[in-house]
Design a binder for this molecule. Structure first.
Ligand SMILES: *Cc1c(COP(=O)(O)O)cnc(C)c1O
Length: 356
């Protein structure tokens, strides 16, 4: 720490991203990336002619991408805004809507950035524990007095709320903004985007990082009422008007328009997840019911830490969170079928080792 750091940040605990290994040869199932590459349409969109235009600033309105998203969801263009990853969108939300006097409520555990942004932007954080079986308890989000943010499906559990549960939260919080982070929505749960017709207190946040294979491009988006989107744009234009680069705008627009590839790859991940979950259960694991591109699993024969370390020694990278109540679990990203088979084989070997 330098002596120049602003005093309010002295105790800041930054977000810790999953490891991005420098060596090849690892099976990387730790950061919920898509095992399938971007759509071939993305590769066509970023050709040399586009690269040769990189001396020009990008379109600050990101018009082409906004249009692709609004067409896909059948909403107006002024109900959509885009960010440098949905992380940036979430940061804009904290900047626009939170301060010391306004509370923000979210589940714990959930996506780690909610806490970090709460600290960075001086929000009054209120962490709502999950139920004993690690579900978001919708009853605890009725009639609150501040912003609500819920990842649906939740991270790192993968468990989703249904639309009725979300609608009840929206209805009982008319004077609060309710942010639903749908980073994993395309892997099985139902999006609450249709509620935008009825509820102006809803903001839906999604990302191109998971279901659209563009984590490296850093593109996220938000959908909400015209007024809320205008607020977020006011922040964006006061902070970083060119928040998406030229190539990312083109890549994301092409990915959004290639529905065939999107459907094919997401279905494949869902199929692999269901098979893999069954096989993990068959060897005695407790596997939470996932609607995401990962599973959260524990065994009573191997602690979360031991399982994580054992896999790491076999060159398989998964994610382990040290905090309770989830310290006995590991989070395993769904990769290709062959990756999951290698992980299953490694898991069986680790279990045999403990049996001796
Ligand atoms: C991955 C993730 C995000 C962030 O994604 P970006 O890559 O920044 O778009 C946001 N919320 C949740 C719950 C996530 O898992």
């Amino acid at each position: 720490m330098s002596r120049f750091l602003s005093s309010e940040f002295k105790g800041l605990e930054p977000y810790v991203p999953g490891e991005q290994p420098k060596t090849s040869g690892l099976i990387k199932l730790n950061t919920n990336e898509n095992p399938y590459g971007p759509s071939p349409k993305v590769l066509e969109a970023i050709h040399q002619e586009q690269v040769s235009k990189l001396m020009l600033y990008p379109d600050p309105e990101c018009g082409e991408l906004i249009e692709a998203i609004s067409e896909y969801y059948g909403i107006e263009r002024d109900q959509v805004m885009v960010g440098n990853g949905s992380d940036e969108i979430l940061a804009f939300c904290f900047m626009a809507f939170q301060n010391e006097k306004r509370k923000i409520w979210f589940p714990e555990p959930s996506y780690g950035f909610y806490k970090v942004y709460g600290d960075v932007f001086h929000a009054e954080r209120n962490l709502v524990p999950l139920t004993e079986d690690l579900r978001v308890d919708p009853k605890k989000y009725k009639n609150l007095d501040g912003t609500i943010i819920i990842a649906n499906p939740n991270a790192p559990t993968g468990i989703a709320l249904n639309l009725q549960e979300i609608e009840d939260i929206l209805k009982s919080n008319e004077s609060n903004l309710v942010i639903i982070d749908e980073a994993y929505i395309d892997f099985g749960a139902k999006s609450c985007v249709p509620f935008l017709q009825k509820y102006d207190n809803l903001l839906v946040v999604q990302t191109f990082s998971k279901s659209r294979s563009l984590a490296g491009s850093r593109v996220g988006f938000a959908m909400g009422s015209r007024e809320v989107i205008a607020d977020l744009n006011a922040i964006k234009f006061s902070f970083n008007p060119y928040n998406l680069n030229r190539l990312s705008i083109l890549a994301a627009a092409a990915a959004m328009r290639d529905d065939d590839y999107f459907q094919k790859t997401r279905q494949s991940i869902i199929r692999t997840r269901e098979r893999f979950s069954q096989e993990l259960k068959a060897i005695g694991f407790h596997v939470l019911p996932s609607s995401a591109n990962f599973v959260f699993a524990e065994s009573d024969r191997l602690s979360g830490q031991e399982y994580f370390t054992g896999l790491r020694e076999k060159n398989i990278l998964v994610r382990h969170f040290e905090k309770d109540p989830v310290s006995n679990f590991v989070r395993i990203t769904i990769g290709r079928d062959e990756d999951m088979d290698l992980l299953l084989t490694a898991t069986k070997e680790l279990l045999e080792r403990t049996a001796k």
